[in-house]
Design a protein around this ligand. Sequence first.
Ligand code: NAD
Ligand code: MG
Length: 332
Amino acid sequence: MENKDTITRREMVGGLGAGMLAMAVSPNLAMANQSDNPVNALDDPREKYPKPPFKSQSQPWPGLAGQMDPKPDHGENSYKGSGRLRGRKALITGGDSGMGRAAAIAYAREGADVAINYLPHEEPDAKEVIALIRKEGRKAVAIPGDLRSEDFCKKLVTDAVNILGGLDILVNNAGRQQTRASILELSTEDFDATLKTNMYAPFWIIKAAVPHLKPGSVIIATTSVQATDPSPDLYDYAQTKAATTNYVRSLAKQLASKGIRVNGVAPGPIWTALQVSGGATQEKLVKFGGDTPLGRPGQPAELASIYVQLAANDASYASGQIYGAAGGGGQP
Ligand code: NAD
Ligand code: MG
């Protein structure tokens, strides 16, 4: 402390006039600054969250975050906002759990009104998110429904726009992932469900949303490291993520003329309901994330700030970008 003070004073004497120096070192101001800017302790990313081995566990698709062991961290007790999205109106698909829930909590704490979409089965998870958004004094809109229907996707956008009173952040985050060891085990129905959820739904939703998006609005897609480094058991899923990364890049070029930015988030292995409801084999789940350089899976909360950053005004030159978070491995 002593040393730090001396250096600060010396630097100030060198750089500031006497009047300003007196102001800068006045005890009252120094105390005010300290309480305004408490020092954040460093988090060791290796030790911050649970590591494998995990308990073997399985739920029917699409799974509930509330029934996972350990429960994922979506930032419920940790995310602190600072008004970065004040007055924004956001629609997040898959907003009940995982990355979508982390983004919903963070957006509300940054001052945005938030509509979430999810499957009816996920009502228990969605209720918790709605309560958390309302706790921030923001408008929370729950719009359950199946994104594999074009009619529902159109209605989702219309309802969100009507109830929120506009739309300026669209997060296409919902996704379907089901492990299949062999292409011979992958049915046409399966392949179709994955493509409908991961590729068609964003197409239908974006098409319905664009007429409502003003300059400065953003579209954010959740893609994956699978886009560029596909696993052998995710033949259908991985190709939808390659398509997602690709649409981010083409749409960014197309929508720049309207002042709409389009970006993607590419997670590595993240501890979410998708993984315990058929997304991973039990063998992979027990060791989940252990093969990353940080030696553990990520938690949804660790990606929340990326969704905020991509939506915020100060990211105004970022479009067509993929931001990764993969524990030291993977490439967006
Ligand atoms: P999650 O299960 O918590 O979220 C996925 C959500 O998708 C579900 O909550 C569900 O509401 C929604 N969904 C699925 N099918 C739907 C349908 N037909 N209609 C409406 N909603 C539907 O899991 P998550 O891991 O947070 O997934 C969010 C996104 O992250 C997905 O796009 C996923 O592909 C991607 N992702 C996940 C990981 C990971 O390791 N968990 C890694 C990379 C990318
Ligand atoms: Mg869910």
